[in-house]
Ligand binder design. Structure first.
Ligand code: ADE
Length: 345
């Protein structure tokens, strides 16, 4: 993976392929995750859509429509899948696109789902085409079609599934095929969180972890978390360590600044990978425009990591522009980097 701070997805081995009740997984992270829509902070329109869909489906005694969440890592796609299962009193099964190598892998999961269960496929844009084709009848008719023999002897057998809801999660909605995209009834983008929402989230997490944090400490953490709850919760733990060992145990603006500077997280929340990315465009390519593959080669990083993890936030805060001829840095990126000297990449 990339910079620690930006680490976002669980190991593939963590992505359970077996059915579980939501509370079985990631006990520490889960305890910080809201378990109910009423506890969920931010993404107000998505929360409202889900409240309506869940209530309506429960009144009808049906599973909710299939849901697709897209957006940068760490914004709550998996958390919302856990919440949907909690709210509907069903089980959640989690897998990922790359873990589903063969049709049989998916069929094994589908046939074990009980009525109303939720199946989360993370990184659904990476599902192999051959496996994707089994999803179409499963989503549309709650059935899987088995083929026996080939050529003129070919026969198919339709196996009925329990009715379930698929939750797809992706950082790259543009890579989804149209037939797959069109089979989701609910299709929502998750946006970066405001500083105010992150302050509320970090205060809630501090309360759950029994950490003392003052309002300025919460604001500083929120400002350095790239609009991302997963990052604010991770950084909270780093600042807790620092405050415990090098200060009086209370998280303040000062302890947050020192602890996060040590982590390489600057006042705008950029990490060393973000700064190296910006500097590469400025120093090697005169501010751009430059193609993503050239930047990736210079940085010796995967272009997918840059596109999924680094660029969305830099675009959001206006430090880069994506044009038809490539990426360009803006004046604000140059000013930010200059303001950090000598604290730089
Ligand atoms: N923890 C992580 N994300 C959260 C959210 N959106 N609301 C409340 N707590 C959270």
């Amino acid at each position: 993976m990339t910079d620690d701070v930006l680490t976002h997805s669980s190991d593939e081995s963590d992505l359970l392929s077996g059915r579980c009740s939501p509370a079985d997984q990631e006990p520490e992270i889960l305890s910080l995750r809201p378990g109910r829509l009423s506890e969920y902070i931010g993404q107000a329109d998505v929360v409202e859509t889900l409240k309506i869909a869940i209530e309506a489906a429960m009144q009808r005694g049906e599973p909710i429509d299939h849901v697709l969440f897209h957006g940068p890592p760490g914004l709550g796609k998996t958390t919302l899948a856990h919440i949907i299962a909690n709210e509907t009193g069903t089980h959640l099964t989690i897998t990922s696109g790359p873990a589903l190598e063969k049709g049989g892998d998916l069929i094994g999961l589908l046939t074990r789902l009980e009525e109303g269960d939720i199946l989360l496929i993370d990184e659904i844009h990476r599902i192999p085409k051959t496996v994707e084709e089994f999803l179409y009848p499963a989503m549309e008719d709650f059935a899987v079609d088995f083929m026996f023999d080939k050529g003129i002897h070919a026969r198919s057998h339709r196996y009925r599934l329990n009715r379930f809801a698929l939750v797809g999660a992706t950082t790259r909605v543009g890579l989804l095929s149209a037939p797959l995209r069109d089979r989701f009834g609910i299709f929502r983008n998750l946006n970066f969180y405001s500083i105010q929402d992150l302050e509320i989230i970090v205060k809630r997490s501090a309360r759950l972890l029994e950490i003392e944090i003052d309002p300025q400490g919460a604001t500083e953490l929120a400002m350095r978390s790239r609009g991302t709850p997963r990052i604010v919760n991770r950084l909270l733990k780093r600042v807790r360590d620092y405050s415990q060992v090098r200060a009086e145990g209370i998280i303040t603006q000062k302890t947050t600044q020192i602890a996060l500077n040590l982590e390489g997280v600057d006042k705008k929340g950029l990490t060393s990978l973000d700064r190296r990315y910006l500097k590469t465009i400025i120093d090697y390519y005169h501010g751009g425009p430059v193609g993503i593959e050239a930047i990736a080669a210079t940085l010796q990083e995967e272009s997918d990591t840059l596109v999924d993890v680094v660029e969305p936030y830099l675009l959001k805060i206006g430090m880069i522009l994506r044009t038809s001829s490539g990426r360009r840095t803006t004046e604000s990126a140059c000013e930010h980097l200059a303001s950090l000297e000598p604290f730089s990449a």
